[in-house]
Design a binder for this molecule. Sequence first.
Ligand code: BG6
Length: 481
Amino acid sequence: MHETLLLFGATGDLAQRYLFPSLLNLLRDRLLPPGFRIYAIARQDYTTATFRQYLAMRLPELEADAPELIDLLNRVEYIVADLADPGQLPERLAALKGRDCVSYLSTPPGLYIPIAQGLKAAGLLDAPSRLVLEKPIGRDLPSARHILDQVAACVSEDRVFRIDHYLGKAPVQNLLALRFGNSLLEAVWHHRWIESVDILVAETAGVDGREGYYANYGALRDMVQNHILQLLCLIAMEPPSALDADSVRNEKLKVLRALRPMQADQVLANSVRGCYQAGVVAGQPVAGFQSPTPGQHDTETFVALTAYIDNWRWAGVPFRLCTGKRMADRCSQVVIHFREVSHWLFEKPRREKATPNRLVFRLQPEENIELNLMSSLAAPEWGALELRPLPLDLSMPINLRRRIAYERLLLDAFHGNPALFVRNDEIEAAWTWIDSVAAAWQQTQAPILPYMAGSWGPTEANAFMPICGTGGYPNSGRKGN
Ligand code: BG6
């Protein structure tokens, strides 16, 4: 296990909100060795002492004398560096030369190349040192390729760990466990039995302080290019022959490459974009999205897309992908809609009213798995032919403590296990599809529809909305079964 972490962008939001709390939890659970050291690197003018004070104030719910907090702070050293200047790093990091390091770039992607070059010049990317990169890698295929190539000139692919924190979430990993640990599902997992698939990631949070970044990326690039396409891969990929990193990543890659490019003449039927306006979320009034560039109105904070995977298993099955900020509820879920039974025998309900089977994986905030069957169990004794929907509900125990996704991913990076990280060719394949969507939008001038914060997005996107935790179909007023 590598015992030296170089955390670039240590004063940033991600480091403060997720990375340091994750390190704290790993220390508390004694998962890091006594010699583990953290070098926090950023351009702000702190000393080690003042940075430790700053960090202590930001770590949640801990007394100042909590032993794990003191342990964490004692392991942190602060180094000031202009991260855009590769020339500075060899001198600033000279004392670390010769150590096996993990360098984590929690910075804007524009800094990846200069930091990687600086680290290489400092000798800190020599084998077996590793480099961890946050998303987004680029803004489109050409810019992603540029970053991938320049980084590849500094460190070999087997030592680059590209994070998609959704892959570190236990319920997301459970998708693999369920798919490949149950012959019951294996038998029906293809177009003959599955009619359509919904993947929804709805957030109540807004863009909140990241307006500049968001105005340049939008929901398509911020959420779909990575998290949602990774979920799609886990649902759609062929069974890998083993669970090692490359076996799984090879299968995910095939799915991404089989995505049918979005065509301009299809994009209006197969996508909806939206942007939130002022509204009310969880009882609180909130402002609408405002780009920092006056007059800019082309940022989507909501996107719904129908994707098709052109391969043997999924021919003709629509995958409805949907994500939005400032929605009515926080809810991430995958819904598998099965086909209707081939011949309907029962008096009640009539065939058109029968609900086809549905398998719902709720990923967050609560985790559960629900299988909707039709049954006569709920009917009176003499009503055996009277079927009703019967949900079988497997809920996770509420008091189960889930780790922050980054805890798992940090630990894997320290141990050198790449299975839950994204390979360079996956990044390229994902951008290829995303670029086809962006180009189709541009060609057709696809509108960005307003929706009220606290709603389920533009009503035009109703068809993309699977049931959420409330049991209702957002927007339509229909009730779930
Ligand atoms: C990040 C996006 O990658 O994921 C954010 O940049 C988004 O915009 C976040 O809010 C969602 O993550 P989670 O774990 O809260 O679902």
